[in-house]
Design a binder for this molecule. Structure first.
Ligand SMILES: Nc1nc2c(ncn2[C@@H]2O[C@H](COP(=O)(O)OP(=O)(O)O)[C@@H](O)[C@H]2O)c(=O)[nH]1
Ligand SMILES: [Mg+2]
Length: 455
């Protein structure tokens, strides 16, 4: 039998409430020993019905610690499929910590990060993609990201993977049956139907793999460097896109010396902006360091917003630095279109540049559309939000795809069925990894250790 675990499930700090979660076969008895029911209908957890709430006090060696509500959930209709007791206490650091201590002193063990969700997985309440989705829901930065995470939590990806795995196992069963009875050759029409299944499986794996870039963007955002010469309006642009004054805007060139980072929601996509020092020959040591950091931001960026003062144009120094980063996806932005001296966008940049004015707000909406269009391929429509694979799924599916392609080739070229089965088994296992049908302790530890405590 698993031991009973406990942890603070809410964020640390001062708040109205904190929740201490206890899970395991002994959870009701452990809380019994430190909970004094006070209301007329209130019960000790071990005598309480499932899914009921009880008013009372948590006590420790010095007497009453806090006034609380205790929720009791009986296995198996709980998050972990074990008995669960949740104690809602006042959200101060001291009451929260003392309530937890009291529960631990009665025999619960402090949970590891992600251990509740890990138990939910091990007890079959969630598959691995759903367990990962719990973390995605918690970490989601925009509504769109939350929607995608909720679809995965509801099991949309899991269903698709299970279906795919079922089809491939079917084919494997056929192939293995023929290995056992070598005197019977696979009939041509059977072989054709097996090949058809394998090919549609491979097609589907490729469709899933195509969602990986969007999945990455939604989960982790897009690192975006705002660069250009001093006074081009980089800090102004950052403030406009954030909708608040984050960076200092000044007519004095060289005001932004450090890299300022902030995340904004651009058309549902989390965009992580890095406002940088202007690109010019440095005038002092601090500015030199600022420009070095600008270059570092450029190196790390997935997307570059190159801001040009439309009344000034591009400087040679700026040009030379940008040449080093030619391979980066770049949007060229002509700012200050409100100025009378503003030059029109040169013809050679007509397709790639956007004109804006941070002063009047002109062009900002089209710019946001352009940013989204640049990082979001558009192959993913709203329906596809239900399957957005993450890096781990991608890794498994890449291997599954390769093994499936080899299987198809082996079958088509008439290789021995042992060969065919070998690759197909690799594919089935790799697909199984996605939902957690085939996992190692190492993999599980890696996934769940990234969870926050109490989850
Ligand atoms: N007329 C006009 N001035 C702007 C615009 N955007 C920024 N500025 C001004 O340009 C100067 C430099 O802006 P700032 O954002 O600090 O530029 P940075 O050095 O690139 O960060 C400030 O005086 C801003 O008010 C714009 O669209 N139109
Ligand atoms: Mg600046």
């Amino acid at each position: 039998m698993e031991d009973t675990i406990a942890a603070i499930a809410t964020a640390t700090g001062e708040a109205g409430l904190s929740v201490i979660r206890v899970s395991g076969a002994e959870a009701p008895q452990i809380v019994d020993r430190c909970f004094q029911p006070a209301g007329k209908q209130s019960r000790s957890p071990s005598r309480a019905d499932s899914h009921t709430v009880h008013y009372g006090h948590i006590t420790g060696p010095q007497g009453v610690i806090d006034e609380v509500l205790v929720s009791v959930f009986r296995a198996p209709r709980t998050f972990t499929k074990e008995d669960v007791v949740e104690i809602s206490c006042h959200g101060g650091m001291v009451p929260t910590r003392l309530v937890l201590q009291s529960v631990l002193s009665q025999g619960a063990r402090l949970a590891h990060p992600g251990e509740f969700t890990k138990r939910a997985f091990l007890n079959g309440r969630l598959d691995l993609t759903q367990a990962e989705a719990v973390a995605d829901v918690i970490h989601s930065k925009t509504e769109l990201a939350l929607r995608a995470a909720n679809e995965q939590l509801a099991g949309k990806l899991a269903q698709q993977i299970e279906h795919l795995r079922g089809e491939m196992m079917n084919v494997l069963a056929h192939v293995e049956a023929h290995i056992d009875f070598p005197e019977e050759d696979i009939a041509p029409d059977t072989k054709a139907s097996l090949l058809k299944k394998l090919k549609s499986g491979l097609e589907f794996i490729r469709t899933l793999l195509a969602t990986a870039p969007e999945g990455q963007v939604l989960r982790h955002g897009v690192r975006t460097a705002i660069i250009g010469r001093p006074n081009a309006g980089k800090s102004s642009l950052l403030n406009c896109l954030l909708g608040k004054d984050r960076a200092i805007v000044s007519a004095t060139a060289g005001t932004t010396r450090d890299t300022i980072e902030a995340t904004a929601n651009i058309r549902g996509i989390p965009i992580h902006f890095m406002d940088t020092a202007g690109l010019r020959q440095a005038h002092d040591q601090i500015e030199k360091e600022g420009i070095r950091r600008s270059q570092k931001s450029l190196e790390q960026a997935d997307l570059v917003l190159h801001v040009i003062d439309a009344s000034q144009g591009i400087s040679p120094f700026e040009e030379s630095i940008l040449q080093q980063f030619e391979s980066k996806t770049t949007l060229v932005i002509f700012n200050k279109t409100d100025l009378a001296q503003a030059a029109p966008i040169p013809d050679r940049l007509a397709d790639t540049a956007v004109g804006i004015s941070c002063q009047t707000g002109e062009g900002l909406d089209p710019l946001k559309d352009r940013i989204k269009a640049t990082v979001w391929s558009g192959t993913i429509d709203a329906d596809m939000l239900e399957v957005m694979i993450n890096a781990r799924h991608q890794d498994s599916l890449l291997r599954a795809g390769e093994a499936t392609a080899r299987t198809i080739e082996a079958l088509e070229t008439g290789q021995t069925l042992e060969f065919v089965a070998l690759d197909l088994r690799i594919a089935v296992n790799a697909i199984g990894e996605v939902v957690g049908k085939t996992t190692t302790d190492d993999l599980l530890d890696r996934i769940f250790s990234e969870f926050c405590l109490g989850k």
